[in-house]
Design a protein around this ligand. Structure first.
Ligand code: ADP
Ligand code: 5GP
Length: 496
């Protein structure tokens, strides 16, 4: 849905160009001018392609015959016209299209499906109009006479009911501009509001349709898919799932043995695999590993930022190194890998970035301040990158944010809530399946399980006292106290 174009009309000399000039100066990014064609000579200071496309009668007639004009008219012995291309040029830049056309043009354009808002700029009087045309010093006496002759007809036409949405008398320029601006802002506010309502309703129905009729899975066959933290847990399971779908998987982890095991599992599927020992807490290692991948495969199509660490200790018990390491692996590594592989995705407008965060990146849990805050940062990073891609209209570069609740992979060994049946830990394979489904159906976010969306909303709207009561009821306050270190770095950390 695009914003409606705005047609400016009024006698020559009434001040249309002056008012449009003020509008473009104040709102250069909101409005775009549909550059008309004319067979008249350029006035001093007029630039071809900016004020008009200056052309010849023969050329213009040929273009009209080819159906390239939305409307055209003869005015004061010259031809004028709006080409389809001129309007397209403005619309493709997502700007509101402004047109400056005469009475005949307005009549023609009303018959098209352009559906513009129509603004009439009137002079304070015919005498004032004549004075302005004289003062402008751009017309001969004959041309002024012809322009004055059409002015009367234009003014009469403007009085017909329903032709113009607003008539602005341009007497004092500042007052006329203020009135014009207020009208346009008001109209664009209502138009944008209508567009917003439309988008809300359309997206709501699209979600229902998506829910009822499963969306086709995209193919990842032959796509280079880099998964960080692929030596264990969910990273390994995702790598296997991508390999089953014939993606060329690249595995990164600092756990050499884990990488070997994952690679062997993928080879058993009859697929090639490329793995690289990479400590994701080290920017230089990430850069070096990325260079190797680019050399080997050209570009990465799917980047899965999965590697993460969790010490499961309270803020005052963590060492400075552990706090920094959590941030390096859980957030900074995402930033470094995205910076490595996004440029080529942007260039090709093709790719997919998957960021694995956590439900504790949406709301917090006790006893893991470094982990929670790093996951909040990962969520913010994802959302901001996603919005930047939307702004840049790089719709071919997809994004998926994954926010899983507690998964039984050993990373949070022993952690559980009081009523396990209310919030059971997620089976790792189920989790991997949900993530793969979200990626293949190009969902921008997936919380696992879906009930986590409710907890997310509740965490933002419940009064603090109710929130604490809820935490205690499910036992989320004590969940982390059951943690038993499992990964080597966790065992080492808790032995201190
Ligand atoms: P149009 O584009 O409608 O032909 P212009 O914007 O070129 O008209 O205005 C014609 C002349 O009138 C210009 O010299 C302009 O500076 C002058 N002008 C515009 N608005 C006012 C105003 N409110 N008061 C006095 N002069 C004006
Ligand atoms: P000017 O020669 O003063 O620039 O323009 C003369 C008249 O032609 C103005 O009233 C202006 O609105 C009109 N005009 C400019 N471009 C177009 C166009 O593309 N189509 C039509 N119909 N009129 C135009």
């Amino acid at each position: 849905m695009a914003l409606r174009p705005v047609v400016f009309s009024g006698p020559s000399g009434s001040g249309k160009s002056t008012l449009l000039g003020l509008l473009f100066k104040e709102f250069p990014n909101e409005f775009g001018f549909s550059v008309s064609h004319t067979t008249r000579q350029p006035r001093p200071g007029e630039v071809g392609g900016k004020h008009y496309h200056f052309t010849t009668v023969e050329e213009m007639e040929k273009e009209i015959q080819h159906g390239n004009f939305i409307e055209h008219a003869k005015f004061s012995n010259n031809m004028y016209g709006t080409s389809k291309q001129a309007v397209q040029d403005v619309l493709k830049n997502n700007k509101i299209c402004l047109l400056d056309i005469d009475e005949q043009g307005v009549k023609s354009i009303k018959k098209t499906d352009l559906d513009p808002l129509c603004v009439f700029i009137a002079p304070p009087s015919l005498k004032a109009l004549q004075n302005r045309l004289n003062d402008r010093g751009t017309e001969t006496a004959e041309s002024i006479e012809r322009r004055m002759a059409t002015a009367t007809s234009a003014l009469q036409y403007s009085e017909e009911k329903g032709v113009y949405d607003i008539i602005i008398v341009n007497d004092i320029l500042e007052a006329a501009y203020k009135k014009l601006k207020e009208f346009l802002l008001q109209m664009s506010f209502f138009m944008e509001l209508i567009i917003l309502m439309y988008e809300l309703i359309a997206s709501f129905f699209a979600s229902i349709v998506r829910w009822l009729i499963p969306v086709d899975h995209k193919s990842v066959s032959g796509e280079v898919c880099l998964i960080t933290g692929a030596g264990n847990g969910i990273g390994r399971l995702m790598a296997i799932e991508f390999a089953k779908r014939r993606a060329k998987v690249v595995l990164w982890d600092f756990d050499k043995e884990g990488l070997k095991e994952t690679s062997a599992m993928i080879r058993e599927l009859g697929m090639d695999v490329y793995s690289e020992v990479c400590d994701l807490s080290k920017k230089d290692e990430i850069k070096a590993a990325a260079a190797k991948v680019k050399q080997e495969f050209g570009e990465v199509n799917i980047l899965v930022n999965n590697a993460g660490v969790a010490y499961c200790k309270q803020l005052l018990d963590l060492t400075e190194h552990e706090i920094e390491n959590t941030y390096k692996v859980n957030v900074l590594a995402h930033i470094w890998t995205i910076r490595e592989f996004l440029p080529s995705m942007l260039e090709r407008n093709h790719g997919h970035i998957v960021n694995v965060a956590s439900t504790v990146g949406l709301f917090a849990s006790a006893g893991m301040p470094d982990y929670c805050s790093s996951k909040h940062a990962a969520v913010g990073l994802h959302n901001s990158v996603f919005l930047d891609l939307q702004n840049a209209e790089k719709y071919g570069v997809k994004t998926t944010l994954v926010c899983p609740y507690l998964i039984h992979t050993g990373m949070f060994n022993g952690v559980h809530v009081k009523y396990d049946w209310i919030l059971p830990p997620i089976n790792p394979q189920d989790c991997a399946d949900i993530i793969i489904n979200a990626v293949l159906t190009e969902q921008n976010m997936v919380a696992i399980p879906g009930t986590m969306y409710i907890f997310h909303i509740l965490s933002t709207i419940l009064p603090t006292r109710a929130l604490i009561a809820g935490y205690k009821f499910v036992g989320a306050d004590k969940a982390i106290s059951y943690f038993k270190p499992n990964r080597p770095y966790q065992v080492e950390s808790h032995a201190k």
